[in-house]
Design a protein around this ligand. Structure first.
Ligand code: 8YV
Length: 308
């Protein structure tokens, strides 16, 4: 008799993760699954949505192992109601994402990618002049969401001589300056760095009012989730010169980037590469596989997401 299928794959996963899941658990793609009975674990990549419909399609589902620290693609409340546990991949990507956050702060202040375009376009060779930029030292960086990645980004920016302020739901035991709201944070900040989770609780937290408070000399950096920023309000603020620029690794509707941003010199646009190094992605893949093994062998995940 054939072994029952206990694991399915859903969404974009790294080849070594796929191979491992096939070798060890003969795990098919959800789309190729002949019989959903007995499938206990769904391994989810690329932010593929997992809601009530996906859970209905897998009546014996007990665990969701998400490739990514963010799990706003998974309806965790619905999973909890059904007794399905969820894991993510914390810690292993903290340094890579914090690095990218710090690089984007440096880039928006120093105009690095714009300067690269200036060279490539021949403007330098023609004797044109680039405007002067702005020191990182002395800039006030406002970190929105001081979790693991926010803290690591703040430490990096402090090493550059920036002054760190932050807003999170409750003040943390840190020496940095806490503000009670996003608007108060950006009033004090030269650069706002978004490092909150995504999901309903943070949807459009950075809205027109926050952007206006950031002001015409202020920059936005987002390496968290596009949903946290009101993207239409961001485009409008940039077009009106109500903020100075932005560095964005994430967008509201990836891989769609608002047309209006593509030709602007005051924005840095990246294709969601915060964790995209060989070392970090391999480490994330290993955490996913550890969760699958632990769940199937002992009934417990290694890195369950927090539940309230
Ligand atoms: C992934 C991410 O690329 O970890 C996250 O939350 O956004 C990225 O590391 C994303 O989850 C898609 O797999």
């Amino acid at each position: 008799a054939q072994h029952p299928v206990r694991v399915v794959q859903l969404g974009g996963l790294m080849p070594f993760v796929r191979e491992w899941l096939v070798d060890r658990y003969a795990a098919p793609e959800l789309a190729d699954l002949a019989d959903p009975a007995g499938v206990e674990v769904a391994v989810v990549g690329g932010g593929a949505p997992v809601g009530a419909a996906e859970m209905d399609a897998l009546p014996d589902l007990r665990a969701i192992a998400n490739f990514g620290v963010g799990y706003d693609n998974v309806d965790v409340a619905e999973a909890q109601r059904r007794g399905i546990v969820v894991s993510n991949t914390p810690d292993v990507l903290t340094d890579a994402v914090a690095d990218l956050a710090a690089f984007l702060v440096v880039d928006v202040l120093r105009g690095i990618t714009a300067a690269d375009r200036f060279v490539r376009s021949g403007a330098w060779g023609r004797g044109e002049k680039l405007p002067l930029t702005r020191d990182v030292r002395g800039a006030v960086v406002g970190v929105l969401g001081l979790g693991r990645i926010g803290t690591a980004a703040a430490e990096r920016l402090e090493a550059f001589g920036a002054e760190v302020h932050y807003h999170s739901r409750s003040p943390k035991d840190v020496a940095w300056t806490h503000h009670g709201s996003p608007v108060e944070l950006v009033r004090a900040s030269d650069v706002l760095v978004v490092l909150t989770p995504g999901g309903a609780g943070t949807e459009k937290l950075v809205d027109a009012a926050v952007l206006d408070a950031l002001g015409p000399d202020g920059y936005l950096v987002n390496v968290a989730r596009g949903s946290v920023v009101d993207e239409d309000a961001l485009v409008a603020a940039l077009e009106a010169g109500r903020i100075a620029g932005a560095g964005l690794d994430v967008f509201a509707d990836e891989p769609h980037v608002p047309e209006a941003l593509l030709t602007r010199d005051d924005v840095v646009l990246l294709p969601h590469v915060g964790s995209a190094t060989t070392q970090t992605r391999e480490a994330m893949g290993r955490v996913v596989l550890d969760n699958v093994d632990a769940f199937l062998e002992r009934g417990a995940l290694v890195t369950p997401v927090p539940t309230d």
